[in-house]
Write a protein that binds this ligand. Structure first.
Ligand SMILES: NC(=O)c1ccc[n+]([C@@H]2O[C@H](COP(=O)([O-])OP(=O)(O)OC[C@H]3O[C@@H](n4cnc5c(N)ncnc54)[C@H](OP(=O)(O)O)[C@@H]3O)[C@@H](O)[C@H]2O)c1
Length: 254
């Protein structure tokens, strides 16, 4: 008998990731192993408390006991992601859903991490590549219909392959907000296409959610709230809530 579905939400403590984690918890009635990864423990605890609580079955085997848990990590450091993946490879038997939404606003300026990469590029692209790459052995073991799903929410189709400078892939020489946005969009499009060819038993999706009224819109730069509230009627009309933009439950088949 197949074990309970296992789903990981990197960036599930807020906004779109939170909406997707909640959708998944309700879709499965809490009967799943749900792992939220981020830094904000208080937010994660509150989200997990709101999940439907399954009734434990004492006769269940270990892989049938629902677990809802939080792993605290700064995903702007690749070394931290390798560490998490190593732990998960030891603890889990499979992964069915890997949802990648951690990020900072695309309007944020370049910020160098101690690994000498831009924080925004790491969260939007490098960290997501690393999660997928390191967790592939567990994704391959998924036993759900149609195979495991990997879902990256960023800006599908908004890049421009022609503008990629192969001698400056990490934008150390020439960095602008627009170039960064275009690059991480293109890199992700290409990454998902390549992975889909190499791992045909796994579903890879890159999505652009449109304008979503998440904390990202108001917290990126000191002037973001100013713009947000000035144009509030526009945002209120066009922006979707994370609950509405969250992944349709058809992405989470039984
Ligand atoms: N909102 C929009 O209109 C919009 C439009 C297009 C694309 N997107 C993309 O959609 C994705 C999700 O955006 P959102 O609106 O849901 O943003 P959000 O509400 O601000 O959520 C961002 C998430 O990223 C996590 N995060 C940020 N820095 C982190 C770090 N160093 N380590 C670990 N986790 C970190 C945060 O968790 P902690 O605070 O717990 O660390 C939070 O869970 C982003 O990639 C964004 O670019 C959003």
């Amino acid at each position: 008998m197949a074990g309970l579905p296992v789903a990981i939400f990197v960036g599930g403590t807020s906004g779109i990731g939170r909406g997707m984690a909640e959708a998944f918890a309700h879709h499965t009635n809490g009967n799943a192993h749900i792992i939220i990864i981020g830094r904000n423990k208080a937010a994660a605890d509150e989200i997990i408390r709101s999940f439907p609580q399954p009734t434990p079955d004492p006769s269940s085997s270990k892989s049938h006991v629902p677990i809802h848990e939080f792993i605290s990590a700064d995903c702007s450091l690749i070394s931290n992601i390798h560490e998490i993946a190593e732990t998960l490879l030891c603890r889990l038997q499979k992964i069915d859903y890997l949802v990648l939404t951690a990020g900072v606003s695309l309007l944020a300026m370049r910020k160098e991490t101690k690994e000498n990469l831009d924080e925004k590029m790491v969260l939007s692209y490098y960290s997501r590549w690393t999660f997928i790459h390191d967790l592939l052995p567990l994704l391959r073991k998924s036993d759900i219909r149609g195979g495991a799903r990997v879902y990256s929410v960023l800006s599908a189709g908004r890049g421009d392959v022609g503008s990629i400078d192969l001698h400056d892939l990490d934008l150390k020489k020439r960095y602008t907000i627009a170039r960064c946005r275009s690059c991480v969009s293109t890199y992700t499009d290409l990454m998902m296409q390549k992975l889909a060819k190499e791992e045909p038993q796994i579903g890879f999706s890159h999505a652009f959610p449109g304008l979503v009224s998440s904390p990202m819109i108001t917290s990126s730069r000191w002037w973001s709230p100013l713009i947000y509230y000035t144009f509030y009627p526009f945002f209120a009309f066009f922006a979707q809530t994370p609950e509405v933009c969250r992944v349709p439950t058809s992405v989470f088949p039984s």
